[in-house]
Each structure stands twice: as structure tokens, then as C-alpha cells.
Design a protein around this ligand. Structure first.
Ligand SMILES: *Cc1c(COP(=O)(O)O)cnc(C)c1O
Length: 387
């Protein structure tokens, strides 16, 4: 049994995604070590959610900690207009090589990386004298909590109070699948037909989470489906935005999930695992085709966007160190499926387990319960309280 010293809610903290009248007060974490979090009463807890999917190499990774420490002693922050710095240049070179996308625009988190991608896509058309505002997204999508990101995300309880202020977006079915799914071909065909129909309207961009919708419930599509999307979207000459905030940096068994689906997006959003889980940072990668349309002596064509902490040197140092570790230990994510697979096969035999699925480090299944599936299903809370 747990015996944490924190039995009450702090009087000044406002926790995210939490209704404190119906939730248990949080654990107090004092230390992180590898897969473990150590609370104030000395209990070790396995951080199976990788602290909201950001931690890649375990907690307290010494190599990244040292990199941040050294960078902090050299240069902790510098205005990123009129200045650049070596860590940002190195990171830009490496990520450009790894993604095939030439340009790298920094921001602070996943939501801002998505905002930047949407703004770049809209202005890309605007700069060429064509007003295109039609955006296509997928059912069940999650792209963050700022207004643009909420707009392209699934409309639900979480954004209901703001619904009237969200811009309209067209939706396509997300044909997620699982082991032994006999109807997947039909669902994929339906989604492709919907997309083809919607693309008849001049479209600014299609945005998706490659391979896996994370917050949408680890909803995994087949790589063949992504290959079809790639073909249709590029034939239609619209832009493709890959939101790799959750799936990037090895999560799905490739450095980027787009690579598994043979997607070549025009814009790619990165955050979460970017710094190995050490510091908040967002990046929007853009192809040369995107960047070139912003090059003009006319100031109206400039991308007038930036954040105070753009390309923070500590974040860049952490990201470079995390990339070192990913490069040195690529087997840690390339072969993860084969580590999950035997255990998942065992679990799949359980009568309460259904919709078993696997993509790289992500293994997921659902439980047969009497309530509707989703974040408000009371079973989740019951399981959480079982320790
Ligand atoms: C978490 C997430 C975001 C938002 O990132 P934040 O850093 O929480 O703002 C955007 N897109 C996807 C796919 C995510 O998983």
C-alpha cells in the first residue's frame, strides 16, 4: 500500500486536465531514476506513461544532464533574432538530415509546433496570392490545446466551451486497426473515399498524426493506409502536415513514424521526446518548397512569428544529447516490437482483453467493460487506485 505524505491538494496549484473534487491528490515526486519515480515517502513507482510520453532514455539520464550543465555554464539563453548559436545550428543540421526537411523553426511545445505548421501552411498559399483556408484533419485527432491546435483536433468535452471560436475543419475517418480485424479494408477504403471527396475543394493542408493517434487512444493505422494518403495528398498538390509530437524520436520503431508510412510531409511538428524529456521545446520542420515562398523583399511575405525562448540553448543541448543517445542505441527502439510481441500475445488470450495492437514501443489493448470507451470510463480510475 502507498503511504504518500501528500494527502491534500496544494492550495495554490492548478493541475492540468484534473477535476480536483473527484480526483485523488497527486503523489509528490522527489527523484527520478531510469524507469522509476521516487516519491516523498520513498516509494518507487514505474513511470509507465514516460511522464506524458516525453521521457525517452529514462529519468535522470546523466549524459543529457551533463550536456545541459555544460551549456548552462556557456550560454543559457540568447535572443534568436540577430543571433544564432552553435547548439541550434548543430541540431538544425542533424534534424534536417534525419527528416529530409531543410528548415527548422523553433517554438516551445507541441501545441506551438502545430500552430506554427498551420500558420506556415496558410501563409504559404497567401504569399502566392491564393487564399486557401480549407484544412482537413482526422476524426479522433489530438494536436494540442492552443486555439489553432484545438481547431484541428477532435471536438469533444475538452474544448466544448470554446467551440464557437474554433475555425472549421473537414474530418476524415481514422481507420485504426488491431490484431485480427476483419473489416479494416472496408474502413480504409471509406476513409480514402472521404479524403478524395474533400480534396475536391481547394485545400490548404491535410494534418495527421502519422501511424498512431496518441491522446486519441493509441489508435494505430496500417502503413499501407499512410502510403495511400501520401499519394492522394501529393497528387492533389495540397500540403501535408505530419504531427510527430508524440510518435517522433523512435516511439514507433523508426526514428520518425512518417518514415514507416513512407510519408514525405511538407511540414513536421516535433516536441515531447525532442529533448529526451528534459526541457520543453517545439520544432516545426519545413521543406525547401515551403521556405522558398517566404523569401521576398516584400515584408508582407515574412513569417512574423516567434517566441521569447526560441531555440533556447539548454533545450538545444538536451536535444543534441538525446539524438546522440538515439544514434548510439538505435536497437533500443528499432527492435522494440519483438520485445513486446510475445507478452502481448499472452495478454491477447485473456477474455477481457480486446483490440490488441502494436507499433514500435507502443503496445495497446482495450478492456471489455460495461461503460463507453474513453477517458471518462470509470475503469481507468479503478485500475489507477489498485496499487
Ligand atoms: C502532446 C501532443 C501535442 C501537444 O503538445 P504539448 O507539448 O502538450 O503542447 C500535439 N500533438 C500531439 C500528437 C501530441 O501528442
Amino acid at each position: 500500500m502507498k503511504n504518500s505524505l501528500a494527502t491534500e491538494w496544494h492550495p495554490n496549484l492548478w493541475p492540468p486536465f484534473t477535476q480536483i473534487t473527484s480526483s485523488k491528490p497527486p503523489e509528490r515526486a522527489l527523484k527520478g531514476n531510469g524507469a522509476l519515480l521516487i516519491t516523498d515517502d520513498g516509494t518507487s513507482i514505474i513511470d509507465a506513461i514516460s511522464s506524458w510520453w516525453v521521457t525517452l532514455h529514462g529519468h535522470g539520464n546523466k549524459y543529457i544532464a551533463e550536456a545541459i550543465y555544460h551549456q548552462a555554464q556557456e550560454l543559457e539563453q540568447v535572443i534568436f533574432a540577430d543571433f544564432t548559436h552553435p547548439q541550434a545550428e548543430l541540431l538544425a543540421k542533424r534534424l534536417s538530415k534525419a527528416t529530409g526537411l531543410e528548415r527548422l523553426f523553433f517554438s516551445d511545445n507541441g501545441s506551438t509546433a502545430v500552430e506554427v505548421a498551420i500558420k506556415l501552411a496558410l501563409q504559404w498559399w497567401h504569399n502566392q496570392g491564393e487564399e486557401r483556408q480549407h484544412i482537413i484533419a482526422f476524426e479522433g485527432a489530438y494536436h494540442g490545446d492552443t486555439f489553432g491546435a484545438m481547431s484541428v483536433g477532435e471536438r469533444n468535452l475538452f474544448n466544448e466551451p470554446f467551440e464557437k471560436l474554433l475555425f472549421p475543419v473537414s474530418r476524415v475517418l481514422w481507420p485504426s486497426t488491431w490484431w485480427n480485424d476483419p473489416e479494416i479494408d472496408a474502413r480504409e477504403e471509406k476513409a480514402i473515399r472521404q479524403l478524395e471527396t474533400l480534396l475536391k475543394v481547394p485545400t490548404a493542408a491535410v494534418i495527421l498524426e502519422p501511424l498512431v493517434q496518441g491522446a486519441g487512444g493509441m489508435a494505430i493505422v496500417r502503413t499501407e493506409f499512410l502510403e495511400k494518403i501520401e499519394k492522394i495528398v501529393h497528387q492533389s498538390k495540397t500540403l501535408l502536415i505530419a504531427d510527430e509530437v508524440m510518435v517522433g524520436f523512435g516511439r514507433t520503431g523508426a526514428l520518425f513514424a512518417s518514415q514507416r508510412g513512407k510519408l514525405s510531409p511538407d511540414l513536421m511538428c516535433l516536441s515531447k521526446g525532442l529533448t529526451g524529456g528534459f526541457l520543453p521545446m517545439g520544432i516545426t520542420m519545413a521543406s525547401k518548397k515551403i521556405f522558398d515562398v517566404f523569401l521576398d523583399s516584400n515584408p508582407r511575405k515574412t513569417f512574423w512569428h516567434g517566441h521569447s525562448f526560441t531555440a533556447n540553448p539548454l533545450g538545444c543541448a538536451a536535444a543534441n544529447a538525446s539524438l546522440d543517445l538515439l544514434e548510439d542505441n538505435s536497437n533500443s527502439y528499432l527492435n522494440f516490437e519483438s520485445r513486446h510481441s510475445p507478452h502481448l500475445k499472452q495478454l491477447a488470450l485473456h477474455p477481457k482483453v480486446k483490440k490488441v495492437r502494436l507499433a514500435g514501443t507502443i503496445a495497446a489493448f482495450e478492456l471489455n467493460t460495461n461503460e463507453e470507451a474513453g477517458y471518462l470510463n470509470i475503469t481507468g480510475k479503478a485500475i489507477k487506485n489498485m496499487h
